[in-house]
Design a protein around this ligand. Structure first.
Ligand SMILES: *Cc1c(COP(=O)(O)O)cnc(C)c1O
Length: 421
């Protein structure tokens, strides 16, 4: 469910016609809907009514300040994976006690900054990290709250690049070694054990792996308590999938997911933390682009658009499907054509869609690449010395540029000659 719909034959973001934004901002641009972000947060939050819980939005999905602020105002905490994201969260007004720090490679500097911000918890991924947090905390006379991220060795049945809960993945500590690592944590100065953490992957469309992982978490909580650890919260990660393809089998509803959680860990007396990213932001954003050229190849038709893999890498990186809509709604019965929708970047992997049946496109047509709100702008870059594209947030009748375009001159100005040149 999202708020990008045709009104009088023109695709709108909430009440704003997309051609109006394109005329003011230029293409390509990302466009986010406040109403959709809010709605997704609420739909995810509601089934936990009456349960002690905190939704820590995984801001790596979309870390624009305006997006974080929108969610923070609704009560969201943040799941961060870097010192940079910590700064973003703090600057957007998220208080430290609602911030969870995940990730396998936290550096001394990042740990120190997180301790100074008095964050809620570190999700620890190795013994080495545990020792480093202890050292940094002791030196600063601070206590770090920690959870150990356990690797439950379940197959999340998702794309290999975003599965994180199998024994062969770099993430977490094998669940079979959890008790040993907790014993180490309890023995180290500057460390306080407060919870347990798991995150098995992303774009998960089946509840069964969740159930298996969360039951394992539940068993571990009992085992850890028996050894004297105070487990106050369970952090169950994120990863619930979303529909990318119109008419797809719908992924499980947030309510069904919440039921799995409540059944597996609801009776432990723990605060329940979740870290959804994609589910909140994915369908709340689109990428609007313009057709630069139509090209007839030997065997195929190509629509060359002004957005490329540097702007949205998901099709190339994850073989992801994104629905594409014409901003001007085609008349019923108008002809279609099978096209590859490609960008100007000099790589064959630079495509948004291949072999896609679309209404016949013409030069200068505007198109909307749907479901681009998560893992879109955050993974954009400037390959081929292309401008970093702007992000726009819509709210009802209003819209605002919430990240301006980084122009090519600004990018080139970052370079300088070596002294001998
Ligand atoms: C990426 C990530 C998430 C969010 O995953 P989504 O699929 O966007 O919900 C949550 N927790 C951790 C630790 C992550 O790395």
């Amino acid at each position: 469910m999202h708020h990008f719909t045709y009104i009088n034959g023109i695709l709108h973001a909430e009440n704003v016609p997309l051609p109006e934004i394109a005329a003011q901002v230029g293409t390509p641009f990302y466009c986010y809907s406040t109403a959709t972000l809010s709605r997704h947060f609420k739909v995810f939050d509601e089934p936990f009514g009456g349960v002690d819980h905190l939704i820590c939005y995984a801001m790596k999905a979309n870390s624009n300040q305006a997006v974080i602020k929108t969610l923070g105002d609704l009560g969201a905490g943040m799941d961060i994976v870097s010192g940079g994201e910590l700064k973003r969260a703090l600057r957007a007004g998220i208080s430290g006690d609602k911030i969870i720090f995940s990730g396998v490679g936290k550096t001394e500097t990042e740990i120190a900054a997180a301790l100074d911000a008095d964050i809620m918890c570190f999700n620890v991924e190795s013994e080495s990290e545990l020792h480093l947090i202890s050292e940094v905390a002791t030196a600063r006379r601070k206590t770090a709250n920690i959870s150990v991220r356990i690797n439950p060795d379940v197959d999340a049945k998702t794309h290999a690049k975003i599965a994180t809960g199998k024994a062969e993945n770099k993430f977490g500590i094998p669940w079979t070694r959890a008790l040993k690592v907790y014993a180490l944590a309890a023995s180290l100065p500057g460390i306080k054990v407060t919870g347990i953490d798991v995150h098995i992957g992303s774009q998960i469309t089946d509840l069964e792996p969740y159930q298996a992982a969360y039951e394992r978490v539940g068993e571990l909580v009992s085992a850890l308590r028996a050894e004297g650890h105070e487990i106050q919260h369970v952090d169950l990660g994120g990863g619930l999938g979303i529909p990318y393809r119109h008419g797809d089998n719908e992924p499980p509803l947030p309510k069904e997911y919440a039921d799995v959680i409540k059944k597996a860990v609801g009776n432990l007396g723990c605060k329940i933390i979740t870290e959804p990213g994609r589910l909140i932001a994915g369908n709340a954003g689109i990428l609007v682009a313009r057709v630069v050229h139509m090209k007839q190849g030997e065997e195929k038709h190509f629509a060359v658009i002004d957005a490329a893999m540097n702007d949205l890498v998901r099709p190339t990186l994850y073989e992801a499907h994104h629905d594409i809509l014409c901003v001007v709604q085609p008349a019923p019965g108008s002809p279609g054509q099978e096209v590859d929708v490609v960008g100007p970047v000099c790589e064959t992997g630079d495509y948004t869609a291949t072999g896609r049946e679309l209404p016949v496109l013409r030069q200068n047509d505007l198109i909307a690449i749907m479901t681009a709100g998560a893992y879109g702008a955050v993974q954009s870059g400037t390959y081929n010395t292309r401008a970093l594209i702007p992000e726009v947030l819509v709210n009802g009748d209003d819209f605002a540029v919430v990240r301006k375009r980084l122009e090519t001159d600004d990018i080139i100005d970052l370079d300088n000659m070596a002294p001998w040149q």
